[in-house]
Design a protein around this ligand. Structure first.
Ligand code: CO
Length: 224
């Protein structure tokens, strides 16, 4: 007997719903994909990329991994980026983190979970880089939120240093990089305002974004 029957039922219902709105929807998708946005997000089941930004199949090229990390030695995410930028010619690359990220919470708690600890070591590096800022925040929830935001900024920074993005910019391709964060608690997205469109001022813009995060942390953390 086929398992997960309800998923096939859901699929049939979804196809009917889509066809009722647009009879040629799937025929057009079959012709090819022309998404303008690459989404790099977390694998977390609570952060489904297309749904939270209201985009249809064909409109978002997606890469997800635990803790939305963009790692220079990860052939998987490098391949996604290269295909998205060079072949699909996406206009936007969004790194979207989220609050209450299990991977990042584990890093803050120094949990040991097995193989995944090796992957999360990249987030440990982010934690260590911003150790002073994180240690200045007493409230555990706020510290975790700030860590999630800092991690997004660092991944945007990692994107900038790839030859894929550098080459796109140097040949005049319009490719904007963005850092966003999603709040599972209310379903809302927030722009961390680290939009990068060229090689100028990358470090300064990332530093400014980190400074804004530090300011917002200081605003709710009483001075010692
Ligand atoms: Co996550």
């Amino acid at each position: 007997m086929r398992q997960l029957r309800h998923l096939f039922d859901n699929n049939r219902a979804w196809v009917e719903q889509m066809l009722a709105k647009d009879a040629t929807f799937f025929e057009r998708l079959a012709e090819g994909q022309f998404p303008e946005i690459l989404w790099i997000g977390c694998s977390d089941s609570r952060v489904p990329a297309n749904q939270i930004v209201g985009l249809l199949p064909g409109e978002l090229f997606v890469h997800r991994n635990v803790a939305n990390l963009f790692v220079h030695t990860d052939l998987n995410c490098l391949s996604v980026l290269q295909y998205a930028v060079d072949v699909l010619q996406v206009k936007h690359v969004i790194v979207c983190g989220h609050y209450r990220c299990g991977g990042l919470l584990a890093v803050l708690r120094n949990d040991r979970m097995g193989l995944i600890d090796h992957w999360l070591q990249h987030a440990v590096d982010v934690r260590e880089k911003h150790r002073d800022l994180l240690e200045s925040v007493a409230d555990a929830d706020l510290k975790a939120n700030i860590f999630c935001e800092l991690n997004v900024i660092e991944q945007v920074d990692n994107l900038c240093t790839t030859n894929i993005v550098k080459d796109a910019w140097s040949r005049g391709q319009q490719t904007a990089l963005h850092g966003w964060i999603y709040d599972i608690k209310d379903g809302l997205l927030r722009d961390l305002d680290v939009c990068l469109t060229g090689e100028d001022d990358i470090a300064a813009r990332c530093e400014a974004a980190v400074a804004r995060i530090a300011e917002s942390a200081a605003a709710v953390t009483p001075a010692e």
